[in-house]
Every structure is written in structure tokens, then in C-alpha cells.
Design a binder for this molecule. Structure first.
Ligand SMILES: NC(=O)c1ccc[n+]([C@@H]2O[C@H](COP(=O)([O-])OP(=O)(O)OC[C@H]3O[C@@H](n4cnc5c(N)ncnc54)[C@H](OP(=O)(O)O)[C@@H]3O)[C@@H](O)[C@H]2O)c1
Length: 283
């Protein structure tokens, strides 16, 4: 089977916003041309939009995707995944197609995927986040039991087309959900609050929101590109008796650090709860 990007065919089951974002970026970064992508969806309009946005004209059924693609991205909502797996199971393994299956569905474990696919184990489970839609995602992935030697490189390169990607043990994916999965909403709240602060001291709303969002992006870029410790970067812009230390003192008094740590812990705990209730509902 061809596994090199130059010959690989990539299929998407579910042609919604995540599939389109991935397909567009895979093509834009030159990994997969639109003529080597195939998508299936129950919605005609989703398929039309996929074709329009990605330039890929190849659409088919879920089974067509499983049988023709070398890498199959499962990109339906978690609620319909059980039905999708039942449909795919007879198409995979035992002398049939043996694609690398990459699930991006939140909360669906490798064990559930493998049992739904009648034991097929060439699987990777990914937890992406919404900024994947603009090419700045933060994803983590866990490898299934029967991946092949090059599968990790394939999935890493696929995810790096839409941001950064880290391999973790599957048991850490709830923590990933709590940090980078839910994190964009935490940061939107921070940007909104900074903007409110700007308005409070007299700035027009549009200027305040633009300055707040760009400041968050710029600070994040400083962390990622300089590799310096966040404390060192903060100290560099905090002069004795100055404006920034006055603001930092207000943040510390308000308990910002503890609030953010609590937010990650609460989201992680909720992810674990949801996974446990999904598991008991199956029994
Ligand atoms: N959006 C994100 O940033 C994000 C972040 C983390 C994880 N994820 C995960 O990514 C997955 C996709 O999310 P999304 O936001 O791209 O969802 P989406 O836009 O709703 O796309 C899913 C598509 O799958 C279609 N579908 C439903 N049942 C199907 C079936 N049996 N066979 C084939 N296609 C079917 C849906 O059609 P209908 O609309 O007609 O049902 C829809 O077009 C989800 O599992 C989600 O947990 C997304």
C-alpha cells in the first residue's frame, strides 16, 4: 500500500468544518493534492461545500472512502460514530482495505473505535481544537494498538498542516481536552475581558478588541518563537514601580492564575465524567 504522501489518497468520512479545514490545509501546504482526496457525508450540501472549498470532486459513500483511501479521517460528530463504525467494519482488514484510520471525534476511545471496527487496530485518536480551522490548531494524538512504523509520522504531518501536534498516552487526552480543547473559549473570555478593560478606560470597542486579540497572539508568538520562560518574558516588560507591575498586582489580587488552573481542572474532570457516562451507556 502506498503510504508516501506523494501517492497517498486521503479520505474524509463526514465532510463538515473540520474535514474541510484539514483538506484545504493539506492541499495548501502541498502534502495532498485535491485529486487525491475523497469525502463522504450524509448531507449533499456538506459535500458540495467540501468540493467547492477544497477543489476535490471525488465524493462517495462511507464504504467507498474506506475502500479507496490510504488514510481515512473519521470526522463525523461523536453521536453518530457508532453507526459509522458498523458501516465500515466489514470493509476493513482480513484481506480487505487496510487504511490508517484517524478519528478526530471528541471522547471516542481507541477501545470503542477498535471494538466498533470488529477488532481493526490500525487507528489513531486525535483531540484537535477549533483554531485548526484557521491553521493554528493545537492537537494531541494517541496511537492505536496496530499502527505501522510510519503511521505516527503520517498523522503528525497531517496535524501539523493545521497547527502543532503532540503525541500523548491516551489517558492524557482528557487533560488535553481540558487545556487545548476547551482553552480557546477560556482565551476568548480573556480577550473579551481585556477589551472591556480598554473600553472602561476610554477606547472604542473595535480598537480595544483588536488590540486585545493582537496582544494575546503576539505574546503567544513570543513564548513559542523565543523559547524563553514565560516568567522571564514577563520580567522583561515589568519595570520597577511601572504600569505593568501595577496591573500584575491587580491580576494576582483577583486570583487569575488560580482561576485558570481551576478552569483546566474543571474541564478535564468534566471530560472524564462524559467519557465514563458514555461507557456506562454502552453497557
Ligand atoms: N469543530 C472543531 O473545532 C472540533 C474540535 C475538536 C474536535 N472536533 C471533532 O471533529 C468532529 C467533526 O466536527 P465538525 O465540527 O467538523 O462537525 P460537522 O461540521 O457537523 O461535520 C460532520 C459532518 O458529518 C456528517 N454526518 C453525519 N452523519 C454521518 C454519517 N453517518 N456518515 C457520514 N457523514 C455523516 C454531518 O452531516 P449532518 O450535519 O447532516 O448531520 C456533517 O456534515 C467531531 O467529532 C468533533 O468532536 C471538532
Amino acid at each position: 500500500m502506498a503510504e508516501q504522501w506523494s501517492t497517498a489518497r486521503v479520505g474524509f468520512i463526514g465532510a463538515g468544518q473540520m474535514a474541510r479545514a484539514l483538506a484545504k490545509r493539506l492541499s495548501a501546504v502541498g502534502l495532498v493534492s485535491p485529486d487525491r482526496m475523497i469525502a463522504s457525508d450524509v448531507s449533499e450540501s456538506a459535500l458540495e461545500q467540501f468540493a467547492q472549498e477544497t477543489g476535490s470532486l471525488i465524493v462517495g459513500t462511507n464504504s467507498d472512502v474506506a475502500e479507496t483511501a490510504h488514510i481515512v479521517v473519521l470526522a463525523t460528530k461523536p453521536q453518530v460514530m457508532a453507526d459509522v463504525l458498523v458501516e465500515l467494519a466489514p470493509r476493513l482488514g482480513q484481506g480487505k482495505a487496510e487504511p490508517l484510520i484517524v478519528s478526530i471525534a471528541a471522547g471516542i476511545s481507541l477501545e470503542t473505535l477498535q471494538s466498533g471496527l470488529a477488532g481493526y487496530g490500525r487507528l489513531v485518536r486525535v483531540m484537535p481544537n477549533t483554531p485548526c480551522l484557521v491553521g493554528s490548531g493545537a492537537s494531541a494524538y494517541a496511537l492505536g494498538p496496530n499502527v505501522r512504523p510510519h503511521d505516527e509520522r503520517i498523522v503528525r504531518e497531517l496535524l501539523q498542516a493545521v497547527g502543532v501536534a503532540h503525541r500523548v498516552a491516551e489517558s492524557m487526552l482528557d487533560a488535553v481536552t481540558g487545556l487545548s480543547g476547551s482553552g480557546p473559549a477560556f482565551v476568548y473570555t480573556i480577550i473579551e475581558a481585556l477589551s472591556d478593560g480598554g473600553v472602561r478606560v476610554g477606547l472604542p470597542r473595535d480598537v480595544a478588541t483588536s488590540l486585545a486579540a493582537q496582544t494575546v497572539m503576539g505574546a503567544a508568538q513570543m513564548v513559542l518563537e523565543t523559547g524563553r520562560h514565560t516568567g522571564e518574558l514577563k520580567d522583561q516588560v515589568t519595570s520597577p514601580g511601572g504600569t505593568t507591575i501595577a496591573g500584575i498586582h491587580a491580576l494576582e489580587r483577583g486570583g487569575l492564575r488560580a482561576a485558570l488552573m481551576d478552569a483546566v481542572s474543571a474541564a478535564t474532570a468534566r471530560s472524564m465524567e462524559l467519557a465514563a457516562s458514555a461507557k456506562s451507556a454502552k453497557k
